[in-house]
Design a protein around this ligand. Structure first.
Ligand SMILES: [Zn+2]
Length: 156
């Protein structure tokens, strides 16, 4: 009987201790300032990435809750205030341009979807043999500025 009483006393002390701890907790909870979510697509062939979204969500969300909110994305970084989610894409990003011969003229295409963007009124036949050969195969250029510079070179 004595043992049981002692056990009960100890047990109730433990319970009291626990409940005191949990009642202290609300004061320690930091205000949810939110977490900035960055969504990126990463292209397999060039390694470049595009930002496809920025959102602000609760900082209390767990890794699995975040992944559930963005199907097809994987978590690349998760911090208290920031998280980055990425989605793998095939091919190249939209910043790659291809200069190529098109109906005897110089044309520029978007490389990832082969869309014709513009045709320069310069006959490929007027160019040096070396340039003609390169334009047959296609010249890959990255970035709008590089593309514009290339365009000017051929036009002049
Ligand atoms: Zn790229």
């Amino acid at each position: 009987m004595k043992h049981t009483a002692l056990f009960l006393l100890l047990f109730s002390m433990i319970l009291t201790g626990c409940s005191q701890k949990s009642s202290d907790q609300p004061a320690l909870v930091v205000e949810d300032m939110g977490r900035n979510i960055l969504l990126q697509e990463v292209f397999a062939d060039c390694g470049h990435s595009d930002i496809v979204g920025r959102e602000k969500r609760s900082a209390k969300e767990t890794e699995s809750e975040l992944l559930k909110a963005y199907p097809g994305f994987t978590l690349s970084a998760l911090g208290a205030t920031h998280a980055t989610l990425i989605k793998q894409r095939n091919g190249k990003c939209g910043e790659h341009y291809l200069f190529q011969e098109y109906k005897g003229k110089i044309a520029v295409f978007r490389e990832n979807n082969k869309a014709l963007l513009d045709v320069l009124d310069v006959s490929v036949g007027q160019l040096r043999k070396q340039d003609q050969k390169m334009l047959k195969d296609g010249i890959s250029v990255y970035g709008k500025e590089e593309c514009a510079a290339f365009w000017d070179d051929f036009g002049s």
